[in-house]
Each structure stands twice: as structure tokens, then as C-alpha cells.
Design a protein. Structure first.
Length: 446
């Protein structure tokens, strides 16, 4: 059978594209070698958040006295947390399969390899079967990057994020190599469950891509809480559970290495004329590659490795294929991001440092999150921070950066303001419900 679209990879980009194209009446074949849902659903976003929520419940119970509640002999069952995580993932995977269950969508389980391509036809091999399609969408995602550190390979004490998520027991202690988003979320999980944590980051700060002022709030809290955070510290070697960094030896039961991800290009060797940049596939505003009938979405493009970016790229790419009018582009300047630490960090748009690098004159508005009555009522002992980056010339909102629970739930409002180019006067007209923490976005406006 000849298909309109063949998709390799069933993560957020792949299954979104398959759903959109098949619902439009186009015949689609979707290849996935592991489980539908990709890294995010199976070994990333969802399982991590499930475990983090369990850890937060335990943490809140053991700190309930701040709210006049006494809880004695509070315990947790890590095996039960893992079981619940698995159930959540299975339900969501089943839900995605149900969404793809229509007459125009064929789901194939197995490793797909591109055999040949012309401007009219792409041929793919999977499970000894051959499939042909007019268009190809590459959604092969990314894999954990393994740094060239002596002693890291074939070391039973070394975990990647997948190993950590599948562990049946908590480690007695852990060293986390890499203070990025994944590293700090795992640091939160283990710390709240009572595991001694050391974070080793080679750069001068943890979460280096975020606003330094916001990150400093989290770093100070975590250090006071007992998490050993070592920045500007390069790992030189690993031997068993021992890590040597900047000439000093550290030891733990397990070592979690989370230093980034790399685009997965396995099975695409026949596309030897596809344009790459630093190992990722180059795409245009509509997710087209330099090959006329080949698109790429998600982590494999190296743009912004977030599930919601992948989904939006897929929507735009399918719209381009179907010639949907008007053609839409992705507003990469208005992509919200969240770090699920405790407290959460949420941000959108440029930071103060980025504005300086771009020679954009800006005004900075800052407010503690305590200016929100709801925040005060629900976050005893926390101050938080909301920071807004405003264009000094036209007074448009260029960025918003926050730390404080639950900022992840309303960063989309700030994202909308950045996406639509709202001025502070226009944003001032938006009414936020009272009392909510989201009101901080109204209070901070000059």
C-alpha cells in the first residue's frame, strides 16, 4: 500500500502528526520500535512527574506542621510509587493508541529504516516488509548523551535517567552528574525521599539556560536544605561509585549521569544528502528539511527539546503538507518551559542576559511571589520571585521568569502575552481570578 505520509517515531511529534493527517482523510503509517508515546511518556516527562508528585506528598506530610497539621509516623512505599507510575503511563499509552485507531492510520511496531528516496516516493523497511509514502516525517527523537569520562561505561553504579526511573529501590546515596533540568528534577525527587544528594555541574551555575536570578533562589534553598551542589566542577573519572572531580573524590551508592541528549539518526543512513547542523536535522519554518518531501519534528531537529514543541512542530508540518490556509509558523520566542523542582520554575521569552547579548534595551520588573495572597496562604516560609522583561522602547512583554508553586500552571498566560506582543498596557487589561497565584502577572506590571 502507498501512503500519503510515513512517520518514523511515535513520540509527541509522531503521534500528533499521525492523528492530524489521518483525521484529514490522508493514509498514514506510523513506525515505533518501542512504545507509542516516545521518551516523554514512557521514560521521561510523565513517569518523572508521577514519582515527583509522590515525593511531594511525602514531603508535604512531613512538613505539615507549618499549616497547623500534625502527622505522625509518616512513611512512603517506593515500590507503590513505581507501580502507580507504571499504571499512569499504561493508561496514557492506551489513550494515544485509541486516538490513532481509525481507518486511515496504520501503526507498525518495529525498527524502521529508510531504504531509498526520490522527490516523489520514500521507501521504508520494517519487520522485513516494505512501505512506500509520498512524504516522510522524521520524529526519531533523541538519546541520552554519554560523555567520554573514564570509567563510565559498563559500570553498574552508573545510571542514566531511564535506569533511575526503572529502579525498584532507592539508592542509599546518589551523585548526579549534570545540574540541568533532568538532573535537578531527580535531585528534588531523591532529596524529598531522604536520599543524600550531591550535584556536580561543570558550568558556573545549575540550570545554565535559565534566568540566573531565578536559579539563585532555588540554589540557595537547596543548599540550605542539604543538597550538596558543586558548580564549576568537572568530572575527571569514575571508578565504581567513586567520582573524581577537580581533583577531589566523592562517593555514593549510585551515580546518575544526565548531561544532555543528542538527536537520534539511526535508520536514516540512506538520507545521506539531508542537511545536518551539529548532529541535528536542519528544518525551515514549516519543519521541512532540504529534501522536498522530507519533514522533521521534535528532538531530532535540535531546536528546543520539549514535548510541547514537538507537538506544535507536527501540527505546523502537517498543515504545510495539507496546504492549510493560513500557513502557520512556530513562535519559538514564546515557548514556555518548566523545571519541576520544589518550588517550580517556569519561564518564557528572553532573559535579562539574553536581552543584553541582543543589544535590546529593556526594563526589568520584579516582585516576590508573596504579593499574591493565594501564594502566601499556600506556601508558608517561601518568598518566590516573578521577573518580567519589558522592551524599553515599545513596552512589549519580552519574557517572564518565575520561581514558586504552582507557576507551571499559569506560565501559559505569560506565553500568550509574549506570543501576541502585548504591551504592558494591553496585558493590564487581562483579568485574573482572585485569589490565585496567577495574579502575580497582573501585580508585576508597571
Amino acid at each position: 500500500m502507498r501512503y500519503f505520509l510515513a512517520i518514523i517515531g511515535g513520540g509527541p511529534a509522531g503521534y500528533t502528526a499521525a492523528e492530524r493527517a489521518s483525521k484529514a482523510g490522508k493514509d498514514v503509517v506510523l513506525f515505533e520500535q518501542n512504545a507509542v508515546g516516545g521518551t516523554c511518556l514512557n521514560v521521561g516527562c510523565i513517569p518523572t512527574k508521577s514519582l515527583l508528585y509522590g515525593a511531594k506528598q511525602y514531603y508535604n506530610a512531613t512538613h505539615a506542621q507549618k499549616y497547623g497539621v500534625t502527622a505522625e509516623n509518616v512513611t512512603f512505599d517506593f515500590a507503590a510509587m513505581q507501580k502507580r507510575k507504571t499504571i499512569v503511563v499504561r493508561k496514557l499509552v492506551a489513550g494515544i493508541k485509541q486516538r490513532l485507531n481509525n481507518e486511515h492510520c496504520t501503526l507498525v511496531s518495529g525498527f524502521a529504516k529508510v531504504e531509498s528516496r526520490t522527490d516523489e516516493l520514500v521507501t521504508i523497511r520494517c519487520n522485513e516488509e516494505t512501505y512506500e509514502a509520498e512524504n516522510l516525517m522524521i520524529c526519531t527523537g533523541s538519546t541520552n548523551f554519554v560523555p567520554p569520562i573514564p570509567g563510565i561505561k559498563d559500570n553498574p553504579a552508573v545510571w542514566d535517567s531511564t535506569d533511575a526511573l526503572n529502579a525498584s529501590e532507592l539508592p542509599a546515596s546518589i551523585i548526579i552528574v549534570g545540574g540541568g533540568v533532568i538532573g535537578m528534577e531527580f535531585a528534588t525527587l531523591y532529596h524529598e525521599l531522604g536520599v543524600p544528594v550531591t550535584v556536580i555541574e561543570a558550568l558556573p551555575t545549575i540550570l545554565p539556560n535559565l534566568d540566573p536570578e531565578i536559579v539563585a533562589v532555588l540554589a540557595e534553598k537547596y543548599k540550605k536544605a542539604g543538597i550538596n551542589i558543586l558548580t564549576g566542577t568537572k568530572v575527571e573519572s569514575i571508578e565504581g561509585g567513586k567520582v573524581t572531580a577537580n581533583g577531589v573524590e566523592y562517593e555514593a551508592d549510585k551515580i546518575l549521569v544526565s548531561v544532555g541528549r543528542r538527536a537520534n539518526l539511526n535508520g536514516l543512513e540512506a538520507l545521506n544528502d539531508i542537511e545536518l547542523n551539529r548532529g541535528a536535522i536542519v528544518i525551515d519554518d514549516f519543519c521541512k528539511t532540504n529534501l522536498p518531501n522530507v519533514y522533521a519534528c521534535g528532538d531530532v531537529t535540535g531546536k528546543i527539546m520539549l514535548a510541547h514543541v514537538a507537538s506544535r512542530q507536527a501540527e505546523v508540518a502537517v498543515g504545510r503538507m495539507l496546504k492549510t490556509i493560513p500557513l502557520q509558523r512556530i513562535a519559538y520566542n514564546a515557548i514556555p518551559s518548566v523545571v519541576y523542582t520544589n518550588p517550580e520554575i517556569a519561564s518564557v521569552g528572553i532573559t535579562e542576559n539574553q536581552a543584553e547579548q541582543l543589544n535590546i534595551a529593556v526594563e526589568i520588573s520584579r516582585l516576590p511571589m508573596t504579593f499574591s495572597g493565594r501564594f502566601m496562604a499556600e506556601n508558608e516560609g517561601e518568598t518566590g520571585l516573578c521577573k518580567m522583561i519589558i522592551d524599553a522602547k515599545n513596552h512589549s512583554v519580552l519574557g517572564v521568569h518565575m520561581i514558586g508553586n504552582p507557576c507551571s500552571e499559569f506560565i501559559s498566560a505569560a506565553s500568550f502575552a509574549v506570543r501576541m506582543g502585548y504591551t504592558t498596557a494591553e496585558f493590564q487589561q487581562v483579568v485574573f481570578p482572585h485569589p490565585t497565584v496567577s495574579e502575580i502577572l497582573h501585580e508585576i506590571l508597571p
